[in-house]
Design a protein around this ligand. Sequence first.
Ligand code: MG
Ligand code: MG
Length: 257
Amino acid sequence: MAIIRKSPRELDKMAAAGAILVEVHDLVASMIRPGVTTAELDGAAEELIRSRRAKPTFKGYRGFPASLCTSPNAMVVHGIPGPYTLQEGDVLSVDCGVTKNGWVADAARTHPVGDVAVVADKLLEVTRRSLLDATEQCRPGNHLGDVSNAVQRRVEDEGLSVVRSLVGHGIGRDMHEDPQVPNHGPAGSGPRLEEGMVLAVEPMVTAGRPAVRMGTDGWSIYSQDGSLAAHFEFTVAITAQGPWVLTPWHEHARQAA
Ligand code: MG
Ligand code: MG
């Protein structure tokens, strides 16, 4: 396994891709309401990305047909945007990648559509917090397992399940670089984190059991038991000053947590 470290100049380039990606997520968030189709979200996202002279990383990746992955309710990840129309009470996971000047950023958020059930609210909040906990571990000298364990601890302490068969990843010029970043595992295990490494940390959580199944389209992944799922993801650089979230939420500027 070779984990590619990035120079400060390279991190700045990744941050530029990240800034466009944040705009995309904010735009999509502003459009989420009952009656909107996932294809409409995807079209708006692609238009914004191209207007920034960037590329939608997912489009064409292993033949994926869209700029966003849109995954409602029991779908965990990799949903193909289309005619699905959002309904009050849905949760919708939105994942997107942006490539700018050859550098990639990758981030996901799960949104409530209107008023959602208490269990859905809890699922989203716990998954979001597990990402913040994991991000806080992205520091030189920590181990990769500290990141993984932070997700697992938060999720399982709250009685929810980490999807084990799907993982985060290193990221840079390629969307998927070494190492794999599992969302479970012992603290203190795995490679030591060093300055310049960049990780896509992405807890995928269900309100039921951890097992998943593939949908008939060959892309979409569902919770096997039909329970609701959530997915939050940051692209995070490991720096001497601590974690640098390249795809921050607005309430969450340069430093995590
Ligand atoms: Mg992603
Ligand atoms: Mg990712």
